[in-house]
Every structure is written in structure tokens, then in C-alpha cells.
Write a protein that binds this ligand. Structure first.
Ligand code: ZN
Length: 344
């Protein structure tokens, strides 16, 4: 008899305490929607409260100036760090919990104490650059977790898959010259933040270890699942990660008010299923989902349910048979563009 699979969720009421201007889409109700979705499932999930990231953990990714700037902005809150990105009095502490909760979950998975998990955290992280906040993000949670795996657990190869509808500029820039981290992103393009073109493939020794799959507005399950099957899965198989971290925004959902994609709960379930199957095949099932964006309550609930449907099951999910790629479709075009960019 196989040992039962151990899955955990990181969540905490303190994630409600990062509060922006009225009407801002990155609002505390996002985490309430996620929590309600988790509670409604009634599963005996392991839950743990986040710890604060240590300064050392943050400073592997961010400059001291950036760290001090977020602390200082919280002291004189409310403050705007850019037109999109706000800080309230509790934001510095909450951002440390988001980074620390993500990091602790990833460390426990890497050590084999857990098989998989979901970090239901905010503020999100993937736009945060080493030296500045950006796009609702203060500290880059997934990048901080990846550096902790490298430094504290000697993990040699990490895959970060970013399916948030926006490109994770901050994460790409942290790892673009590092061949030990495969950063793969699919995102609406052209769109905020403007980066993530297909020819951004990594820098110096990291060339080939950044995989950008830009998609035009209007894509849905067919395109997202097709990209997972035809581009992300082969890249993962040749890279052979030891842990997979997913920057899982749910703003490509059809109900999302900020973006223009049409992914459904079934689409997210297939995407998460492919990711889980890759983790089962390649890295002993070690996979960590980290919340990024997602601005419709319905989209967050569909996305979280899809991910939990997949990671709480004991057996590896069955992957649906690949749909054929028809000539001249969006999927056909993007596969051709990505293949050309990576075979130079
Ligand atoms: Zn996003």
C-alpha cells in the first residue's frame, strides 16, 4: 500500500490586512473568495499558517534598498509605489507572510514532508523586480521560494511555470541568466507589463531556459491546454526539474475583469492535471501552486477548485488525448513561433 499523498494549503486571515484604495482590483475579498472555495470542499486538508520570510530570504532576490523602501512605505501608509501598486500600514508584514508562507511550503515539499500544496497568498509577486515593486506586487514570492530551495535544500533544477494572464517580468529577470531555473510563461500579449515576447529566451548561460508563449486576446481552454501539451510539457521533460513551482494566477478566466481570455474551470483542471502528471513523472510529484492574480471571485473559485481537484487525488490524473493542431490556428502559429525562437 502506497503512503497517502500529503497536500497542504497555506492560508491566513492576515492576508486580508493589505488594503488598497476603494475599487482597486487587488483587494482582500480575493482571499475571502479563495478561502470560501477551500472551506466549501470540506476536505481534510492540512492547513498551515504562514511565517514571515526572513530578511536573508528576501535579500537573495531583492536589493536592501527595495526591502527598506517597502518597510518605510508601510510606516507612512497609505502610499502608492507606482500607479498600480499600493501600500497600507500592514502591507510590509503581510508581504513578508506571503513570501514566507510560499517559501516554507516549497521547503516542506522539497524535503518530502509534503507532496504538494497551494499557497493562497497576497499580495501577488511575479511582477516585483529585484529593485522595485510593480503591478500590485511587493516581494516576488515564487522567486524567493526558488532561491530558498537552491540555497537551503540544494535543489539543482527548478521549473517555474507561470500561467497568470500577465507576463511575470520580475521572475524572468531574476532567473534569465540562470540555467538551473527554467522559467516558462504563457500570457496575453501584447498586454501589461509589455515583456514576454517569444524571442526573450534567456541571457548568457541562461539562454534557452526562459520560455515565453505569448497568446493573443480571446484564447481559451483549447489554446491554454494545447500550449501545456505541445510546448510546456516537452520543455519540462527535457529540463527534468526536481521541483515544479506554479505561478498560478486565475486572471485568464473568462469572468476576469482585467484581461480578455476565456479559460474555464475545466481548462484549469486540465492544465493543473498536465502539471501534476509532469511532476509525478519527473520529480516525485513535488509541485507547489502559488497564487498570483485573478480578479473575479468566480474565476478564483473555479481556479482553486480545479487545482485542488488535481492535487488532492491519490492517483496521477489521466491526461486527455491531445487534440490535433489545425493549420493556421492561433495554437499552430504560436507553436511555430516558439519553435523558431528556440532553435536558432
Ligand atoms: Zn495577472
Amino acid at each position: 500500500m502506497l503512503a497517502k499523498r500529503k497536500t497542504a494549503v497555506v492560508e491566513d486571515k492576515r492576508f486580508l490586512d493589505h488594503r488598497g484604495p476603494a475599487g482597486h482590483p487587488e483587494r482582500p475579498e480575493r482571499i475571502s473568495a479563495v478561502g470560501a472555495a477551500i472551506d466549501a470542499r470540506g476536505e481534510p486538508l492540512t492547513r498551515f499558517a504562514p511565517r514571515a520570510a526572513t530578511p536573508d530570504e528576501i535579500l537573495r532576490v531583492h536589493s536592501r534598498e527595495h526591502f527598506d523602501r517597502i518597510a518605510e512605505a508601510s510606516r507612512r501608509a497609505p502610499a502608492q509605489l507606482d500607479p498600480d501598486t499600493y501600500v497600507s500600514a500592514e502591507s510590509f508584514e503581510v508581504a513578508l507572510l506571503a513570501a514566507g508562507g510560499t517559501t516554507e511550503l516549497a521547503l516542506r515539499v522539497a524535503r518530502g514532508e509534503l507532496d504538494s500544496g497551494l499557497a493562497a497568498v497576497r499580495p501577488p509577486g511575479h511582477h516585483a523586480e529585484s529593485d522595485r515593486a510593480m503591478g500590485f506586487c511587493l516581494f516576488n514570492n515564487v522567486a524567493i521560494a526558488a532561491r530558498a530551495l537552491q540555497e537551503q535544500e540544494s535543489v539543482d533544477r527548478i521549473m517555474i511555470l507561470d500561467w497568470d494572464v500577465h507576463h511575470g517580468n520580475g521572475t524572468q529577470h531574476v532567473f534569465e541568466s540562470d540555467p538551473s531555473v527554467l522559467y516558462a510563461s504563457t500570457h496575453q500579449f501584447p498586454f501589461y507589463p509589455g515583456t514576454g515576447a517569444v524571442d526573450e529566451i534567456g541571457v548568457d548561460r541562461g539562454e534557452g531556459f526562459t520560455l515565453n508563449v505569448p497568446l493573443p486576446a480571446g484564447c481559451g481552454d483549447r489554446e491554454y491546454v494545447g500550449v501545456m501539451e505541445r510546448l510546456i510539457a516537452p520543455a519540462a521533460r527535457s529540463f527534468r526539474p526536481e521541483v515544479i513551482l506554479i505561478s498560478c494566477g486565475f486572471d485568464a478566466h473568462r469572468d476576469d475583469p482585467l484581461a480578455a481570455m476565456n479559460v474555464t474551470r475545466e481548462g484549469y483542471r486540465d492544465m493543473a492535471g498536465i502539471a501534476r502528471a509532469l511532476a509525478d513523472d519527473l520529480c516525485g510529484g513535488r509541485i507547489v501552486f502559488v497564487l498570483e492574480g485573478g480578479y473575479a471571485a468566480s474565476g478564483l473559485q473555479d481556479g482553486v477548485n480545479a487545482v485542488l481537484d488535481v492535487i488532492t487525488r491519490e492517483d496521477s490524473p489521466e491526461i486527455p488525448k491531445k487534440a490535433p493542431v489545425l493549420s493556421g490556428t492561433v495554437l499552430d502559429t504560436v507553436i511555430e513561433q516558439v519553435s523558431r525562437a528556440h532553435h536558432r
